[in-house]
Design a protein around this ligand. Sequence first.
Ligand SMILES: [Zn+2]
Length: 429
Amino acid sequence: MIPTLARQYFFYQRSQRWNRSQIEFHQDERLRRLIRHAGRHVPYYRDLFREIGLDPERFRGREDMAKIPLLDKETVRTRAQELIADNASHYGVVWESTSGSTGTPLRVIVDRGARANKLAALIRSYQWAGYRLGKKIFSLQSYYLKGTCWQYHRLFRVLRFDSVRLKEETALGVIRVMQKVKPYFFMGFPFDLHILARFAEQAGLKIPTPGGMVTYGETLSSSTRRALEAAYHCGVFDYYSQHECAAMIAECESHHLHLVDDFAYHEIVDERPDPTGALMGELVSTGLYNWAMPLIRYRTRDDVILNAAKSDCPCGRSGLPIIQSILGKQCDYLETPDGRLLGAVMSHSIDNGRGVVMSQCVQDALDHIYVNLVVDVSYNGESQAALERDLRKRLGDKMVIEFRLVPQLEKRPGGKTPFILSKIGHTFA
Ligand SMILES: [Zn+2]
């Protein structure tokens, strides 16, 4: 992976300066190879292309993409085996679990080339936000560290703080470590970073000012962004990607969100006006690099708002289109009896629930949640035990967890179906 990573690192440094036609030329070339490969080696696409009469050998690129039907998560979930290339083992694969905002668990495989490409493109996104190679990083996300809530990795120069253990006492402990280590760049879920800053402020402790901050995993609302900028005294940059390695959106120095079109082919479908009149649509993406399990025209279920101005970004990356904002992954949060607050991070706790089609955590008392589950025939007692074990890692021993098999999940009055529903007042602001 290292040689590929180095090569792709330099590729993305160059390609960010390409104009739109150079990017489109690159996408066409990658898409032709991807479709040809899918037609030869991926059972699902072999059948699909035959059915729709598409000849992969004569596929031209972007202009032919609309001929291929959209791929939804339900198909990926139920027909994962057919989506895996028959020669996938050549590419060095790992399984990735994902669940996303609506809590539908999904397992996909991602090959070595796709992982190297994602990391190289991610490093570039972080550089837009102020990261410099070799500088120390503070990372706040769920690590499930054993017996400790933080860890400093000397080789990678990363101070990791486990968001699963985020509460006042551990937060103050890690802030003291940060004062010694002085990380240069911060990253994590916006909600968790906000909580950390609040604990610091209440205790009168100062968090060393970073050179920049990237947030991901949840929608960065404008109020959270303002709160983070004020608390950390640095620029805050949004970042969006997926375990599936099929899409990427990153915020540049000029604070515009770019579709990272040299990494993936992005489309926006089902365009419609949002309540303010701005045009929104669902992000559909095709990863250009995952040969082991190609996802073509994959519906992310995340909505974005389009850029009304249609003007180029002052950063000069005219090849990478800009959008106004990302709407996906807004959710309430849970409070544990020992005072920890858990946001979108919770959605990863249901990954091991075999047979779970959809899930939702509802908190109706400080020490009680119920988990609504829509399941299929493969769900059994073992699935529930695995689910409970995973949830316990986050929620601790004092929370009563009840499982309810339901025909459908609960909706909010506005019609949304959030993964976390708080009935004790911790609603998404
Ligand atoms: Zn820009």
